[in-house]
Design a protein around this ligand. Structure first.
Ligand SMILES: [Zn+2]
Length: 348
């Protein structure tokens, strides 16, 4: 990474390897959020995850290839010819080893495990983590040297403790299948941070911009900051941020998840969960790492640790970020009046 600094030693230009985003929701063909989201993400990242909890969910190799084609098509139409979606399949109670083997052969780098009904489009998710069929899915993942990506929450518990309540389940899985590669997605809880650090090289975590900044008090005041796992205490934010800015097994996955204003600002029910980070991800990360004196860690966090951990080549080529004043709009019209509120830097 190269930093050009001005006379007061503030970086005015940063050049770094093209980055990766290891957790992201593009939405799907026919949805007004889909093409704008692909364009925002492909402009910033060489590769980005395409989480498969769309409707119907991505459960098979065939569905996954279809989704890959849809994303590539809109990325190309937006001028991002070499953008690479990073594909996974979702686990369901009916996933078989054969389905999973086919998906891995077709290029999936992992299988996503979501608790049933924990978040958007997760009705097909997992309920029984001791089910022999589920354990077979994990064994195939281990045998094929792919990754089990966990939304690590127990939805039956109060949201402040849902993530830490999942630690005993992960412990049981580690005991039964110790050589399984596990990624704890969108980590949010200081106890889980400690757990991941203590597990050794086969366990990693992805980190979102908002879980490095947003507390539960802030989210309570603003539906656009509400997501799952729900933001937690300042101590939790501090633990997540510290790990992101220092530890080789914590890397970037924004969990960008768009919801239009009516779904976020509704008063008759809880707001939809998810933060729309896509338009602002790299500027927000630069500001955050700079504010905490860790710009030196940004390239590792964004561009290297994830590739190293997953065993894929680093991206070739560089991007250049230039310091320019930019007022992030309060609201963006994605198309035809479909309004959405983008994530912005949280002051520190
Ligand atoms: Zn997600």
């Amino acid at each position: 990474m190269i930093l050009d600094r001005d006379s007061v030693q503030k970086p005015i230009r940063i050049r770094l390897r093209r980055p990766d985003n290891w957790h992201n929701h593009f939405r799907q063909k026919g949805d007004p959020r889909f093409a704008p989201t692909v364009a925002y993400i492909a402009r910033q990242f060489a590769r980005a995850n395409a989480m498969g909890n769309i409707d119907p969910p991505i459960l098979t190799a065939t569905q996954m290839i279809g989704y890959w084609n849809d994303i590539r098509e809109v990325a190309k139409a937006a001028g991002f010819l070499d953008f690479k979606p990073l594909m996974v399949v979702m686990a369901s109670p009916n996933t078989t080893p054969a389905m999973l083997t086919a998906a891995f052969s077709a290029g999936a780098y992992g299988v996503k495990i979501m608790p049933a009904n924990a978040t958007t489009n997760s009705a097909h998710g997992i309920i029984d983590y001791k089910d022999p069929k589920f354990l077979d899915v994990l064994r195939v993942t281990r045998d094929q040297r792919r990754t089990a990506l966990f939304h690590a929450e127990l939805p039956s518990r109060p949201r402040a403790v849902r993530e830490r309540a999942f630690i005993p389940i992960l412990d049981q899985i580690r005991k039964k299948i110790p050589d399984l590669k596990i990624c704890v997605e969108h980590i949010s809880d200081a106890q889980m941070v400690e757990w991941v650090i203590n597990q050794g090289d086969l366990v990693c975590a992805t980190v979102t911009p908002h879980h490095m900044s947003v507390t539960s008090d802030m989210a309570d005041q603003d539906p656009h900051l509400q997501c799952m796992p729900y933001p937690k205490s300042l101590q939790d934010v501090f633990a997540v941020r510290t790990a992101a800015m220092s530890h080789p097994r914590f890397f970037y996955g924004s969990d960008n998840a768009s919801h239009l204003r009516p779904a976020k600002e509704r008063t008759d029910a809880s707001p939809a969960s998810g933060v729309f980070t896509a338009p602002t991800e790299l500027p927000v990360l630069v500001e955050l790492f700079e504010a905490h004196g860790h710009l030196d860690q940004l390239e590792e966090f964004l561009c290297e640790r994830g590739a190293h951990w997953h065993g894929v080549p680093l991206n070739q080529g560089e991007i250049e970020l230039v310091r320019n004043p930019w007022d992030v709009p309060d609201v963006i019209d994605l198309c035809n009046g479909h309004e959405i509120v983008p994530y912005n830097t949280i002051p520190h």
